[in-house]
Design a protein around this ligand. Structure first.
Ligand SMILES: Nc1ncnc2c1ncn2[C@@H]1O[C@H](COP(=O)(O)OP(=O)(O)OP(=O)(O)O)[C@@H](O)[C@H]1O
Ligand SMILES: [Mg+2]
Length: 153
């Protein structure tokens, strides 16, 4: 996590983290949670953003090798942007479905479980909005936003 860039001013924090290992993914999750707490997000919402950040970063490591995660948090919303130049995703809609992993649906119960294919689905459930921009061979950008409930301000 050397080389990370942090910028903070009243009412907003912005971090750009290089993601190269599963340790980076865990640290990114903890940092995202901290940034949300600092901006006054409730504890549960802050942890949800942290889980989403760790999942997006771990997808970079697992499916693309290396990339970057931007964590942009204000009092109104947390915006995560995961960017990589990896192999891309052919069917972004299917990738959001639970049980879809590495280009296909996991249907055979006897197959060794490498993953559940539930990561992006979980991100969609935890956040207010998820947008995936990707094409095969062209890298992937996943943007996930959580808006803060007006009642918690
Ligand atoms: N950054 C990425 N680059 C390329 N493909 C990706 C990327 N992120 C996700 N994918 C594709 O989308 C699929 C679904 O991702 P998802 O996170 O839901 O499941 P998973 O990573 O396979 O398993 P799990 O997250 O449950 O351990 C992945 O299997 C992979 O094929
Ligand atoms: Mg995943």
């Amino acid at each position: 996590m050397d080389m990370s860039t942090t910028c903070s001013r009243a009412g907003r924090s912005l971090d750009l983290l290089p993601i190269r290992s599963s340790t980076d993914a865990v640290v990114a999750g903890a940092l995202a949670t901290d940034r949300c707490l600092s901006q006054g997000f409730p504890a549960r919402a802050s942890r949800e953003v942290g889980i989403a950040a760790a999942e997006l970063a771990s997808n970079i490591v697992r499916h693309a090798g290396i990339g970057e995660l931007e964590i942009d948090v204000s009092e109104e919303r947390a915006l995560l942007t995961a960017i990589d130049s990896g192999p891309g995703i052919a069917d972004t809609q299917a990738a959001l479905e639970d049980g879809f992993s590495r280009g296909r649906h996991l249907t055979d119960p006897d197959e060794p479980m490498i993953s559940l294919g539930c990561g992006l689905g979980a991100v969609a459930r935890l956040m207010s909005r998820v947008d995936i921009r990707s094409r095969p061979g062209g890298g992937t950008v996943v943007e996930a936003e959580k808006r803060r409930e007006p009642s918690s301000r």
